[in-house]
Design a protein around this ligand. Structure first.
Ligand code: NI
Length: 169
């Protein structure tokens, strides 16, 4: 297993649209292991392949307190959303230190393949539903700050670029 570098907003590679995983094989299983390790190491609750510069439809999630319930979603498809939504405070491993409110559906139902290539259907609400929506956005090249006002987004962009310049020194 290996820790993978996480792309930071506003890296343009975060806006690439991911392609479906063609086959759940040893390469994907090894990628899943690396992504889980990277997510746990970064203390995140979700990581999309896009964030590690792999543009395939693959997500890892763990919203459990004990950090022992990994969920792997390959080629996820949204099949139902609740009629109601709510504002949720979100952060992202690709936008460290920034938290802001995003409107998300209260509940969703998705279908996806697991790490063994088995098809599964998940209907959920709460934090897991929010996390799934956030990570599926990444696969479409969308980062949560894009829901915020242009003013806020530009402020975040400027701050991130400043942090990166300081890190590069
Ligand atoms: Ni994120």
């Amino acid at each position: 297993m290996a820790l993978l570098p996480i792309l930071c907003y506003p890296d343009p590679k975060l806006h690439r649209v991911a392609k479906p995983v063609a086959q759940v094989d040893a390469r994907i299983q090894s990628l899943v292991d690396d992504m889980l390790q990277t997510m746990y190491d970064a203390k995140g609750i979700g990581l999309a392949a896009t964030q590690i510069d792999v543009h395939e439809r693959l997500i890892v999630i763990d919203v459990s307190e004990e950090r022992d319930q990994p969920l792997v979603l390959i080629n996820p498809t949204l099949v139902w959303t609740s009629p109601t939504s709510h504002l949720n405070e979100e952060g992202c491993l690709s936008v460290p230190g920034i938290y802001d409110g995003v409107e998300r559906f209260d509940a969703v139902r998705i279908t996806a393949l697991d790490e063994k290539g088995q098809s599964r259907s998940i209907e959920t609400d709460g934090l897991l539903a929010v996390c799934i929506q956030h990570e599926m956005d990444h696969l479409l090249g969308k980062v949560f700050v894009e829901y915020l006002s242009p003013l806020k987004r530009n402020r975040i962009k400027t701050k991130m670029l400043k942090v990166m310049r300081e890190d590069a020194r």
